[in-house]
Design a protein around this ligand. Structure first.
Ligand code: ZN
Length: 289
């Protein structure tokens, strides 16, 4: 990918899906800190992404403490609270069930090695460790890693996954709501392919450009600029996975964003979103092709 450097902190990437630099501006939106970022659409393949964007180095500071502890429309109210942990674990179990993870798990012999990329405080790592996995997590957010190590006793690595080598392959690797944050989802997926055992499985979730996204337009809940850099449709995600050596084994769409969380309206809208394939989140299980 050619990256045109505009200055030391910003860059204008080409499309990671088709390589084209031909893009049209969709709209600009504030980050909430007075900066404006523009959503562009690749004229060749239709992929939506942010350009120009902060470089990777420029983004790291954004994921330090306040992203996880201050209430904004993009971060978390308090990521380290019991209630957040319970909610994340509840959604995790639903996602794993919908992707037939538990059947996959029971087909594996011990020892089973697991890695969660973009693990934050490591709630998914904790869940898998409690199921008997040799469970690891990696994230660039230092405060989250400290919390997971100290309070939960987890094996977490603070650092860049692309720069980290592992001595043994993993049987399961997950990217929960992570690829939309990455500067190079394509390179990360290629490395996941290398780090997976031959029969290993990748599970991931990301926001879905489709379904309820069209209802909200610019106000869509996942248009958080510039933390979210990529917005894949299901077809585009499948194309990216194929390009990086994967075959999709299962998928599902869910989530509506309608009404407030916990209300009857939200529950009904979420059920309808799932049944009618209108969800603006998607989950995918993939194996090596
Ligand atoms: Zn493209």
């Amino acid at each position: 990918m050619q990256t045109i450097s505009e200055n030391s902190t910003m860059e204008s990437p080409n499309c990671i899906l088709c390589g084209s630099g031909d893009k049209k501006n969709c709209f600009s939106k504030s980050s909430g800190k007075g900066e404006h970022f523009t959503l562009v659409k690749c004229r060749r393949c239709g992929l939506q992404y942010i350009s120009p964007r902060p470089t990777e180095e420029g983004m790291i500071a954004r994921y330090q403490s306040t992203y996880f502890t201050e209430r904004t429309d993009r971060g978390y109210n308090n990521y380290f609270s019991e209630s957040t942990m319970r909610e994340i674990t509840r959604v995790l179990k639903l996602n794993l069930r919908d992707l037939h993870f538990f059947d996959f798990e029971s087909s594996l012999a011990q020892p089973r090695r697991y890695l969660d990329i973009g693990c934050a405080a490591g709630y998914s790592v904790l869940f898998m460790r409690e199921r008997g996995w040799d469970a690891w997590g990696i994230d660039i957010a230092a405060e989250c890693i400290r919390f997971g190590r100290t309070n939960l006793g987890l094996t977490l690595i603070e650092g860049d996954y692309l720069a980290t080598e592992f001595s043994q392959p993993f049987h399961c690797i997950t990217l929960w709501a992570t690829i939309e944050h990455l500067h190079r989802p394509d390179m990360v997926l290629k490395k996941v392919h290398r780090d997976l055992a031959p029969q290993g499985r990748l599970f991931l979730s990301t926001c879905r450009a489709g379904g309820f996204m069209y209802l909200y337009g610019k106000q869509w809940r996942y248009y958080n600029f510039p933390e979210h850099l990529y917005f894949f449709s299901y077809r585009q995600l499948v194309r990216l996975l194929r390009k990086t050596g994967f075959t999709v084994r299962a998928h599902s769409f869910y989530g509506s964003g309608i009404g407030r969380p916990g209300t009857a309206l939200r529950k009904i809208a979420d059920i309808a979103a799932k049944r009618l394939l209108l969800g603006d989140m998607m989950i995918v299980a993939a194996g090596k092709s």
